[in-house]
Design a protein. Structure first.
Length: 352
């Protein structure tokens, strides 16, 4: 392990930028797996393409696509919503599933943003829950090779949705996910921390506990707590004491209040409501307003035809005064057990 870390990205000056830093592109993997949206796959394309349309107003959208036939279908769906196809680039790279946040490349920058690299963490579909995943597992390496970028392979399982960054040395994650025995059972908490620090170029890891009910990833951070700047987080809370999320989200809020940044500063905490439970076929889905995506010109927020949609959008608008905040109905998409942040992965822009 020590040899691995001696030449780590952090040692070479690389770090993972925050999501609000300037993007070159947003990466997606086109949805095609019927089993991810049983009986509803055809209903996800309209909101998915609407997401592409609004993100493409400020950056390129790069889409992993299985074949030419699927590409033609994707183009026809994007044309239906009036997306700017000059901003969309397709890459014929077959995938098993659509969750690019977790299987996509983690892009690092160094030298004040002048150089870019890729980290390819191992990927096992959230603890081997949804095989096969061999195509998804190689996506970061395929992309790094295509763009001739330096590539790092830590050799342990990690997912993009399990980690959150403030761009100033702090990573936020959950014990429920990263310490789950279905990921890296051979590693201690301290060893996992060292991997995070060395391969994301950070100074500290802050740990929350459980994720929300219905989250099949074992508790990804991007459904509960998100940085909006270097010292501010938006975190979801449940107001109904009888709801299964009430206690665990209260415990996470208390943990956030006790946390300190490397300079000793406390976090500025803004609370977000939760939508009412979203149930489909007797299954509670992991619906959360925290699964928003920060693009160059917009912040895209999942909405759920719920009374709290409006208040949540207003809170997020206040947190991002420099961007348009757009709500897109995620009621059908969330049947796949994720939303817009889970589906996307940002590629930072090189700054010369």
């Amino acid at each position: 392990m020590m040899n691995l870390f001696n030449d780590s990205p952090k040692k070479q000056g690389y770090a993972f930028p925050p999501e609000w830093a300037q993007h070159e592109a947003t990466w997606l993997s086109w949805p095609h797996k019927e089993a991810s949206w049983p009986g509803k796959l055809d209903t996800v394309y309209a909101p998915y393409c609407e997401f592409i349309k609004v993100v493409a107003k400020g950056e390129k959208v790069r889409i992993n696509i299985n074949d030419e036939e699927t590409k033609a279908f994707a183009i026809s769906e994007l044309e239906k919503v009036g997306a700017d196809l000059t901003q969309v680039e397709f890459f014929l790279q077959p995938t098993n599933d659509a969750w690019c946040r977790d299987h996509g490349p983690a892009f690092l920058l160094r030298n004040h943003g002048a150089e870019k690299a890729v980290v390819d963490w191992d990927y096992n579909a959230w603890g081997d829950k949804y095989p096969p995943y061999h195509l998804d597992d190689v996506i970061p390496t395929t992309i790094a090779k295509h763009f001739n970028l330096p590539l790092f392979n830590p050799g342990i399982v990690m997912e993009g949705g399990s980690v959150e960054f403030n761009g100033a040395g702090t990573i936020l994650t959950t014990t429920a996910c990263l310490l789950n025995k279905n990921r890296n059972p051979h590693l201690s908490k301290e060893q996992i921390e060292q991997y995070l620090l060395e391969f994301y170029g950070a100074e500290q890891v802050l740990w929350l506990g459980d994720g929300i009910v219905g989250d099949d990833t074992d508790g990804h951070i991007d459904d509960i707590t998100r940085f909006v700047n270097a010292n501010t987080v938006l975190t979801v809370v449940e107001s109904n004491p009888l709801d299964d999320n009430y206690q665990l989200l209260h415990e996470n809020l208390e943990a956030l209040r006790a946390m300190r940044l490397p300079n000793g500063e406390a976090l500025n905490i803004i609370t977000l409501p939760m939508p009412s439970p979203v149930i489909h076929e007797d299954t509670r889905l992991p619906a959360s307003y925290a699964n928003f995506y920060i693009a160059n010109k917009v912040v895209v927020v999942p909405t759920f035809r719920d009374v709290n949609d409006g208040p949540a959008l207003e809170i997020i608008r206040n947190a991002f005064p420099d961007r348009e905040v757009v709500g897109i109905d995620s009621t059908d998409i969330i049947w796949g057990l994720g939303s817009f942040h889970c589906l996307s992965q940002q590629e930072p822009a090189i700054t010369l």
